[in-house]
Write a protein that binds this ligand. Sequence first.
Ligand code: FE2
Length: 287
Amino acid sequence: MYRPACGRRRGEPRLYGKFRYSRSSFSLQRRYNPPSVRILVLSDIHSNLEALDSCLAAAPSHDLVINLGDTVGYGGNPNEVIAKAQSLGHVFVRGNHDKAVSGLMNLEEFNPVAGLATLWTRDQLTPENLDWLRSLPQGPIHLDELPGIQFVHGSALDEDEYMVSARDAIEPLITNTVPVTFFGHTHLQGGFVLTGEISEAYRPGYRTVGQPESSDWPLRKDCRYLINPGSVGQPRDGDWRAAFAMFDSEEWIATFYRVPYNLRVAQEKILAANLPQRLATRLATGR
Ligand SMILES: [Fe+2]
């Protein structure tokens, strides 16, 4: 059976705590890389203030916050979530819901539930927040202090592309030479790794379904990765807990997090706004 050097199959011992660069490679890294930056990566908050607050309370100390888009849509607190997201930092990538709500994209590609939520959100937002959504940049975003890393919503090839499977990931992995790409859009926490010409999916493993947990993915500098922090406000990978990720740019470790949040309050806000009931019920199942 083929086993790529860069992957770790589910159930295998994680390398965190044992993973160390050799002295020679570590000194090379120190010589050529900028100082370590710990990045908090958030994506697909979707107006869920309760989920965002829980993520921020659980997040370890960090130097930088990156938002991969879809700050609004679906949830009951669009203005409040935008205000909080703005207070966290200034590095954003626009998502398809950010575009649709602010009128940069028509609703033809949205299902009826997403379309209703988009129209409701547009109606709630202040003119300033609508202007801010319109001004968000299209990915990929590169930062001088983070060489070898880029940030997108869908993929580096198409901001609205869904990278769900290893097959979806192969072209973006092969055609783009940036070693690490953080992406969102699918609401599925995990990622893909390219070894040679083979891409393999990675999903973090967790022990519980209701407790705060984290899961480390030590990366190799000679492999190429697509990493999805998961959705803060509307997970769709069967885990109802809010999702986010941290990345240590020196240790080259991505850490995935899942944290419980006040689900009932988030659901009540959706129902009180007369948004489709499905938007409230799906939060409980993470689907
Ligand atoms: Fe989204």
